[in-house]
Write a protein that binds this ligand. Sequence first.
Ligand SMILES: [Zn+2]
Length: 368
Amino acid sequence: MHPLIHDWNKTDAPRPTTVLLDDETLRDGLQSPSVRCPTIDEKLRILHLIDRLGIETADLGLPGAGPHVVRDVERLAREIADQRLRVEANCAARTVIADIRPIAEISQRVGIAIECCTFIGSSPLRQYAEGWTLEQLLKLTEQAIGFAVAEGLSVMYVTEDTTRADPDTLRALYSTAIRAGAKRVCIADTVGHATPYGAAAVVRFIASVIEDCGGGVGIDWHGHRDRDLAVVNTLAALEAGATRLHGAAIGIGERVGNTPMELLLVNLVLMGAIERDLSALCEYCETVSAATGVPIPPNYPVVGRDAFRTAADRRRANVGEVERGVLARATRSRCDRRARRPDLLESQDLIRRPDRRRDSCPHQVLRD
Ligand SMILES: [Zn+2]
């Protein structure tokens, strides 16, 4: 931390021991009503940037949606295998055998493990809207997960609209999924209903269900931005026991979007929850923006054009430069010699040189 700053955010709370990230840009992100679907070459670039950011898993798509998705998912999975990327693959599926089979087939053809993320509606509202009964959902769960496990797939069981589902229904669904062989479960705040307190409460409840089932099952948190609480909900879920957190670049996704992955990454690094080289962060956001046609607003935090800029006065501008330096140092960003401004130094130096232009990515400003 900069010597001029006292950090009131520091607490004695224990750091989470496991923090994994799952990138939903290429699946949920593309379900935004306003995005243009990227070409396969653009998807490959995005996949490489996900890998450079050290994100553990990426959702490659929902092969059950048709042959065009199967083709793209297979190409992306092959890229992971051929280029020996560190990022691991997963795919979405409805909790039906017809959606799981193409995932098993792609996994076998490409020769890499693909985690199968089967989703199912869990709230009474959703059950009413779709005409489902709990008995039907339990039967589907048992059959579909049993099939996936028999095919050698690792399964994450996703309950849609979990944050509006009653505890008895959740207990029944999760217990059935775990008995059938699910290795992870995912709490989905599908319509962005949760508050941080609600997020923590539902994670703790699901953790108790897992304990009752014998333990050994990881919890994912999948959040949406409808109340603009996605990042803070995700952090609350982490603190309550979730071990893998979902997000999408620049927060794209259904309706107003998913938890913004880049803001989640920056906050996790600043909190000391993870260590990560974020020097690819701006390229990740700009590439997704260009590939999907979703602009980054000037006032978007961290990667927006106006992040760390001010029109107020010069003294205030200097403070902005300190903040930029703190962020760059905390995220251990490296100065890319090909960057637009390779000459910028760390914050103290910037204070002495306040007349510098401030139009580049904050993650490209710190030189070792
Ligand atoms: Zn979602």
